[in-house]
Design a protein. Structure first.
Length: 82
């Protein structure tokens, strides 16, 4: 569902309830352009979990690459101002 921000202002409580309890994903548009989305907390938690998994996968891949440095080495470089 897509709403203008002006329409959202007029129906804020109902729109928020539809996202929170009905599981609807609502896009708010300004000047006809999608600007922000309202999603339920469960959808947000799922999105965050997916991001965390992607970050972990990238970190594990980076650990296997040659030329990496340890955390201690990184801290020492930062302390030296490198």
């Amino acid at each position: 569902m897509e709403l203008s921000i002006a329409a959202f202002r007029g129906n804020m409580a109902d729109t928020m309830n539809r996202a929170a309890y009905g599981g609807e994903r609502i896009i708010l548009a300004r000047d006809g352009k999608p600007t922000v989305a309202l999603v339920s907390i469960s959808d947000l938690k799922l999105l965050e979990e997916l991001e965390n998994r992607a970050d972990l996968k990238a970190a594990l891949k980076a650990r296997k690459e040659k030329g990496g440095i340890t955390l201690e080495q990184a801290k020492a470089r930062l302390e030296k101002g490198e």
